[in-house]
Design a binder for this molecule. Structure first.
Ligand SMILES: *[C@@H]1O[C@H](CO)[C@@H](O)[C@H](O)[C@H]1NC(C)=O
Ligand SMILES: *[C@@H]1O[C@H](CO)[C@@H](O)[C@H](O)[C@H]1NC(C)=O
Ligand SMILES: *[C@@H]1O[C@H](CO)[C@@H](O)[C@H](O)[C@H]1NC(C)=O
Ligand SMILES: *[C@@H]1O[C@H](CO)[C@@H](O)[C@H](O)[C@H]1NC(C)=O
Ligand SMILES: *[C@@H]1O[C@H](CO)[C@@H](O)[C@H](O)[C@H]1NC(C)=O
Ligand SMILES: *[C@@H]1O[C@H](CO)[C@@H](O)[C@H](O)[C@H]1NC(C)=O
Ligand SMILES: *[C@@H]1O[C@H](CO)[C@@H](O)[C@H](O)[C@H]1NC(C)=O
Length: 749
């Protein structure tokens, strides 16, 4: 068995004598780590789409698909908060990848693939595998340049899939089962979208959602020039932009929306795998359109995509001190550093449902995004939608951000730096506070605590003067750009990518841009698109990210100087944003159909997964206690009285480790209703009303139990029901075998 101490020691090959230091370092890393993908033309049914289709004004070929990407729901660290303690114990909702393909009907090889994966962040390794599978299955159609892997930036999914070392620390290294599930489900989503490509129309518009995000670092936002801030009513973008997908006669097939709000509605003490507010919003909308379909089985595909998310929070009530017995208990946290009694630990952001639960907050923030999307799709704001027409285009390059030299708009040469994280990275955020005496807003060149100055050198190499000067005023805590052992701690090369659909340009960003950083790059790209005559005054630019590669955060230089969590997590130094603005704007000409050749690119980063260390142990065995069998009911439902709406029905079963079979595109549980003497499945493990919880009861003998619960929703028809459990057990020697178990039948009055 590996303790975290041994784990970190092995990862960094530290001498044993540094034990205490490493333990401290591992604790230090515990929390703040991260808030850290010419077949068609030859297919007979599509022949003829090379020329305009008579009688159909639809200019595009559109395809939409969903795939299940849920990794191991137990015994695996979750991704987002990077908390060692956040190890999953079951399933609330499955994670999905959703894919949208847009092809130019007049020239179908010109196409783009937008993937919205319900994961914490894009990753180079995952993307490499997705692109490799799709480009070999669909030669000449899907490739490294026209596939965008965007994440919802949720913090309640399965971890261990990123290929760099830093985000693997809390997951006990690389978890191949998680990565494989994400790749398989995402490729399936794109295959499904490809298989239903059909002529259709696109339209675009936006609406305002006032109550679904707030700025969690307002003191950093205030560092931006007053004249610039005066151009905007809010310190957060409140617009939800939406691209509607219709068939050729105008029936909606789905949409892709962009709205910035962190996927931190569910707190880090939640251990049930879920989709946070974006995953929930997608479920709610799809269920609204196709109420009788099981989650993930709808043909309508709702896209709630993340945008300039950096400094946003879904905890809209603000951040307050939870410090029982202290005079500041219940008061707002200190403004500049988000502390309570000078420490970050007690400062927690509150969502709109905080008096009930974080699950309540999650549903409310999801519903507000759903309401915004509905207003544009079928409500009051439908008139704000305009038809989209024009070419399909894309551009993709790699950019090595280590000492990348470029010209600022005023002609001065600036450069970016090798990756490093500041002290305030360890301060965490009000969505997931930090540890020890780290606080946000530490931009002092003299360290607050000399102990950390010593400790930090034990984790990553001490920064040299060049790096210190380059990253200033960031006081460097983790010098990850110089940490290459046993493999790269942080990515140095990022993906720069844009997708174009008519007048819409999607900036696919390898990190989390703050509100103002996002506004600056959108404006700069839009201005360049218009001045170069690529798109007219209707040019519309949106941000999607964190995508492709996880380059952490991107603040404005002014916000960087304040060094709150977002500034401390701006990996490549104060000129990170300006470097991206220069690069993205320089590439806009490649979005024109008349563009020829391809832009110069740095080499891709080397595959780290082949060197990956994985300390997570596999499943050894499952056993049922003597006299019992797998799937047998231990604690049954209530059979002598009826249940009512609002009640929770629970049954406990003799279980087996769900890691034995992820049951992708399937379910670990069912709620079945008796209809004409036959059982019919009405709920799966992905309905938010159901929960699947697994508990290891004897590690040596391999015993475990499973709890299946269902909170009866209003509108549920009265009748006779049962709960079903679908498991797979692993003997010490031999093959994994499936089994089922059912509760007694119960009634709903
Ligand atoms: C919303 O749409 C209007 C009208 O097209 C446009 O002027 C505005 O810039 C859009 N807002 C954003 C944030 O893109
Ligand atoms: C999770 O953390 C939040 C915020 O501190 C707290 O309000 C809530 O009670 C915790 N939930 C559980 C189940 O401990
Ligand atoms: C917080 O720090 C300030 C400045 O150092 C000090 O005056 C104050 O007493 C401290 N508060 C607590 C509760 O420690
Ligand atoms: C990135 O650039 C740095 C500095 O020029 C160089 O040392 C490094 O080898 C480059 N990395 C890659 C992957 O090309
Ligand atoms: C150009 O802009 C940078 C960043 O704002 C500034 O540091 C530099 O002094 C400017 N150079 C000139 C010549 O104005
Ligand atoms: C540090 O941040 C404060 C605001 O919190 C700001 O006034 C100060 O200028 C910053 N220091 C540096 C060196 O940028
Ligand atoms: C599982 O169900 C049993 C029996 O109803 C109950 O005692 C136990 O608290 C439940 N466990 C969890 C984690 O809900």
């Amino acid at each position: 068995m590996y303790t975290p101490l041994i784990q970190l020691e092995q990862l960094t090959a530290l001498p044993q004598s540094l034990g205490d230091v490493v333990l401290a370092a591992s604790n230090m890393l515990r929390r703040p780590l991260l808030c850290l993908t010419a077949y068609l033309a030859t297919s007979s049914s599509f022949l003829g789409w090379n020329s305009p289709v008579a009688g159909v004004e639809a200019q595009y070929l559109l395809g939409l698909g969903i795939g299940d990407i849920t990794g191991p729901v137990v015994e695996t660290n979750m991704m987002g908060y990077a908390s060692l303690a956040q190890t999953d114990t079951g399933l609330h909702m499955r994670q999905r990848s959703r894919a949208w393909i847009v092809a130019d009907a007049a020239n179908p090889s010109r196409r783009v693939v937008f993937i919205n994966a319900d994961i914490a962040m894009g990753d180079t390794g995952i993307r490499r595998s997705i692109v490799s599978q799709l480009s070999s299955q669909f030669p000449g159609l899907y490739n490294n340049d026209n596939i965008a892997l965007v994440s919802t930036h949720q913090h309640s999914g399965v971890g261990g899939y990123l290929e760099n070392l830093l985000p693997q620390l809390t997951a006990l290294g690389y978890v191949k089962q998680t990565a494989d599930a994400i790749v398989a489900g995402t490729v399936l989503a794109v295959q499904r979208a490809h298989n239903n490509l059909a002529p259709g129309k696109l339209s675009l518009g936006n609406t305002t959602i006032l109550n679904a995000n707030i700025n969690r670092s307002p003191s950093a936002y205030l560092a931006n020039p007053a004249a610039e801030r005066a151009k905007y009513q809010f310190d957060q973008d409140k617009e939800l932009s939406l691209l509607r997908f219709d068939d050729s006669v105008g029936n909606a097939r789905g949409f892709l929306s962009f709205f910035p709000v962190h996927g931190t509605s569910l707190y880090e003490n939640n251990t049930l795998v879920s989709g946070d507010n974006k995953g929930m919003a997608a479920y709610l909308y799809e269920a609204l359109v196709e109420p009788s379909a099981l989650p993930g089985a709808t043909s309508f595909v709702a896209g709630f995509t993340q945008s300039n998310v950096g400094d946003t929070s879904p905890n809209t009530e603000g951040a307050f001190c939870e410090s029982p017995g202290q005079p500041w208990d219940g008061l707002p946290c200190e403004f500049e550093h988000s502390t309570c009694g000078n420490k970050t630990q007690d400062c927690h952001g509150r969502g709109p449902g905080f008096r009930t639960s974080d699950f309540a907050s999650n549903t409310i923030i999801a519903q507000r995004q759903v309401d915004g999307a509905r207003a544009l799709m079928e409500g009051a704001d439908k008139g704000r939608m305009s038809a989209v027409s024009g070419p399909v285009g894309w551009v993709h390059v790699y950019l090595n951000m280590s000492f990348h030299s470029f010209q600022l708009p005023n002609g001065t040469t600036a450069q970016t730096c090798p990756p490093a994280l500041g002290f305030s990275f360890a301060g965490g955020t009000t969505d997931g506070p930090g540890a020890f005496d780290f606080v946000q807003g530490d931009n002092s060149s003299t360290p607050q605590n000399p102990f950390w100055e010593i400790v930090k050198g034990a984790v990553t190499p001490f920064p040299n003067k060049q790096q210190v000067d380059c990253q200033a005023p960031k006081p460097i805590l983790l010098n990850t750009g110089y940490a290459h052992t046993p493999y790269e701690w942080s990515p140095t090369t990022v993906d720069i990518q844009m997708l174009r659909v008519g007048n819409l340009v999607m900036l696919i960003i390898p990190g989390e841009m703050t509100t103002m950083a996002g506004r600056r790059i959108r404006d700069a790209v839009r201005t360049k698109l218009i001045s170069e005559g690529i798109i007219g005054q209707d040019a519309y630019v949106v941000i999607a990210g964190p995508a492709n590669t996880y380059g952490h955060y991107i603040t404005t230089p002014e916000e960087y100087a304040v060094q709150r969590y977002e500034g401390a997590s701006t990996l490549f130094g104060p000129h990170t944003l300006d470097a991206y603005i220069e690069k993205y704007t320089s590439l806009v000409s490649f979005l024109s159909p008349s563009a020829s050749g391809s832009p110069p690119s740095d080499p891709p980063s080397a595959d780290q997964t082949k060197k990956a260390i994985s300390l997570q142990t596999g499943v050894i065995l499952d056993n049922a206690p003597i006299g019992q069998k797998f799937g047998q009911v231990i604690a049954d439902v209530v059979t002598n009285a009826p249940y009512h709406v609002g009640d929770t029905v629970v049954a406990q079963f003799v279980g087996a480790n769900p890691r034995n079979n992820l049951r992708l595109e399937g379910t670990f549980l069912t709620v079945d209703q008796q209809v004409n003497g036959q059982w019919s499945t009405v709920r799966s493990d992905s309905h938010p009303s159901t929960k699947f919880e697994w508990l290891r009861t004897n590690t040596v003998l391999g015993y475990s139990t499973v709890n299946i619960s269902w909170t009866i929703e209003s509108g549920t028809p009265s009748g006779t029901y049962r709960l079903g459990y679908f498991g797979d057990s692993k003997p010490l020697i031999g093959v994994i075998k499936p089994f089922t178990g059912f509760s007694s039948s119960f009634t709903i009055a």
